[in-house]
Design a protein around this ligand. Sequence first.
Ligand code: GLY
Length: 352
Amino acid sequence: MKTIQAATYPVHFYDEAYQKLTDFVTSKNYSSIFLLVDDNTLDCCYPRFMQNFATNNSMEVIQIDAGEEFKNLETCVGVWNAMTELGADRKSLLITLGGGVITDLGGFVASTFKRGIDFINIPTTLLSMVDASVGGKTGIDLGVLKNQIGLFANPEMVIVDPEYLHTLSAREIRSGTAEIIKYGLTFDIKLFNEINNNKKLDIKDLIYESVKIKNNVVLEDPTEKNIRKVLNFGHTIGHAIESYFLDSSEKESLTHGEAIAIGMVCESYLSNVILNMPMEHVTFVKNAILEIYGKIDFTSDDYSSIMEYLKHDKKNVNGEVNFVLLNDYENFQLDCRATPNEIIDSLNYYLA
Ligand code: GLY
C-alpha cells in the first residue's frame, strides 16, 4: 500500500516499511538508538521488530510497565533517567514500539528530552495504528485525567505493520474498532457499514482508509483549532466515563474504545436533540455498538461522578462542555453545547 505523506513525515505500511526504516536510520547517522517497549510488546512484538530491522547503531531497550495507569510523569522520569544513564544525546533516536500509551508517552519523552530528539512510532495495537501514532499529539495523563499534559510534536516516521495485531486479544481489537467507527460516522459511512456487515473484516483496508482520513484532517488543522475537533466525536462523554471507571475501585477498567463507543451512542442521541440527526440513524448507531461491545455496566448512581469528569474535558471553554455532534452521517458540527439535563438524558438513552 502506498505511503501516506503527513505534514513532515511519512506513514509506511507493511513489510516494505522496515526497509524504509532501515534506510532512514542509516542515512541519519544517529549517535544511539533507544527502543521503548512495555512488558507486552517486549514479549510479543520485539522479536518481529528485530527480525525486520537492521542497524549498525548501538540500540538499548527501555521497558516500562504496560497499562494506562503508567501513562504518567513518574514513568517519564524513569525513561529520561534511563536514557541519561545510557548516554543519550541530542543525536539519539527513540523508537516507540507499542500501543497508544507507548507512542503518546514516548513521543512526549523524546520531544522534551534535551529540548527534543527524533522519534519514530511503530504502533502495535489497532487503536494506535488508526489514531494515536499519527497526527503529532504526544502526552501523558494527570491522575486519571487523560492526556492533560503534552505537546504537539511530529515523529520522523510511522511504521504500520498489521502483523502485530495477531498479538492482541479480541477485546483490544474491538477497542481500536471504535475509532474506525468514528471515522465512518463523521467522514465515510462505508467504514461503519463494513464493520456492521462483515464478520470477517479487511482490517488492512480499514486501517489504511482510517489513516488517510485522520491525516487529511490533521493536515488541515494540525493543532486542533478547528476541524481536528471532529476527531473527538464520542470522546467528550467517552473520556469522562473512561476516567470515572479508571478511578473507581468498584469498576473494572474499560478499554478506550469501549468508553468511546458509549460516548458515540450518547453523542448521537445529543445530535438528534440538538441538531435533528434522524432518530433511525441514532438507533442504528446504538444497536450496532451494543452488538459489538455489549451494554457496559453502570447506573444512574454513577451520573454525578461522570458529570464531574466532564468539567475537566480539554475542549471546555469558560466552563462549558463542548461537543462535536452530527447533523447526520458524514455531516458534523463543531463546538456544540448541551445542557446538563440533555447530557443526563443521553446517558439514560444509552442505558434504556
Ligand atoms: N485522537 C484525536 C486526535 O488525534 O486529534
